[in-house]
Design a protein around this ligand. Structure first.
Ligand SMILES: Nc1ncnc2c1ncn2[C@@H]1O[C@H](COP(=O)(O)OP(=O)(O)OP(=O)(O)O)[C@@H](O)[C@H]1O
Ligand SMILES: [Mg+2]
Length: 277
């Protein structure tokens, strides 16, 4: 859980990003702690995906600073983020349907047997299969077999494989863009359970979702963006759905959304949103 005296694993200050005439993000602060799930919510066009892409090194900031484990870092590309242990699972998952679970988990990072000459040998299928089983078991992901083709898995199982792939390489922060959007009830439950397992294993998890019921079930804190600005921060135990909806829509424009002593960070009051051209 978040604690005011701890250093966030990831912290951003004053992030701004403009696309032509559109101010997608304006002076946004963001923080997530190890062992915490943050829900990033906001209406269409609020800036959620842009913020995630700034964190994952896809977009360069116009201004602002990023700190990782307390140290200032520059994210000049996705590789910089990956090197720090920041992994993103995008909505389309980017899995290969015609390959099995093991091949997908190791895509682009295949283990090979080394030959006496030091030359890379053939793929080490036994090692990859063993580790795949361990990783999925560790995350309590249930699939028929690690040799099942992705094409024959359910949506929830696919989402779980994509998340497992993101977190199996010493990740510290995992960003999930709409992880339950395309899933049925049981499959959503499976993914939410997986998110809880990630938190319990000490990862910092950021979940973008339009589904507030899911958000309330799984996150510790909610950060609300509206028109490119951070307009609300809520600790989940002290918050009603109406308060969050109010911040998302701006219905409580000008009212104080600060619903508890713990929400003493910048941006918790329902400051007027604007600044979008
Ligand atoms: N590559 C881009 N070029 C131009 N404008 C962009 C680009 N990406 C985002 N925008 C604009 O920036 C604003 C924020 O978009 P963003 O995709 O971050 O919103 P979002 O909160 O993820 O919305 P949604 O819930 O619909 O996914 C929008 O007005 C969008 O049109
Ligand atoms: Mg988006």
């Amino acid at each position: 859980m978040a604690g005011e005296n701890r250093t966030p694993v990831l912290e951003m200050h004053g992030i701004s990003k403009r696309f032509g005439a559109v101010q997608a993000l304006l002076d946004v602060d963001f923080e997530v702690y190890a062992g915490e799930v943050v829900g990033l919510v906001g209406d269409n066009g609020a800036g959620k995906s842009t913020l995630i892409k700034c964190i994952s090194g896809i977009y360069q900031l116009d201004s602002g600073e990023i700190f990782f484990e307390g140290k200032k870092v520059a994210l000049n590309g996705p590789q910089d983020a990956a090197n720090l242990g920041i992994e993103t699972v995008y909505q389309d998952l980017a899995l290969c349907d015609n390959l099995d679970v093991v091949a997908n988990l190791y895509l682009g990072r295949e283990a090979t047997r080394s030959l006496p000459t030091g030359v890379k040998g053939p793929l080490d299928e036994v090692c990859m299969e063993k580790r795949s089983i361990e990783v999925l078991r560790g995350l309590s992901v249930s699939i028929p077999s690690v040799r099942t083709l992705i094409a024959s898995l359910s949506g929830g199982q696919r989402q779980s494989v994509a998340v497992a792939r993101a977190v199996m390489w010493n990740s510290k922060v995992v960003l999930l863009d709409e992880p339950t959007a395309a899933l049925g009830v049981a499959q959503s439950q499976q993914v939410k359970e997986l998110i809880r397992n990630l938190r319990n294993s000490g990862l910092a998890v950021v979940v973008i979702s339009h589904n507030l019921a899911d958000v309330f079930e799984v996150v510790d804190r909610i950060i609300v963006l509206r028109l490119g600005k951070r307009v609300g921060t809520f600790n989940i135990g002290k918050t009603s759905r109406e308060q969050v909806v109010g911040a998302i829509t701006g219905a409580e424009f000008g009212m104080n959304l600060n619903n508890g002593e713990n929400n003493s960070q910048a941006g918790v009051t329902g400051e007027p949103a604007g600044g979008v051209a």
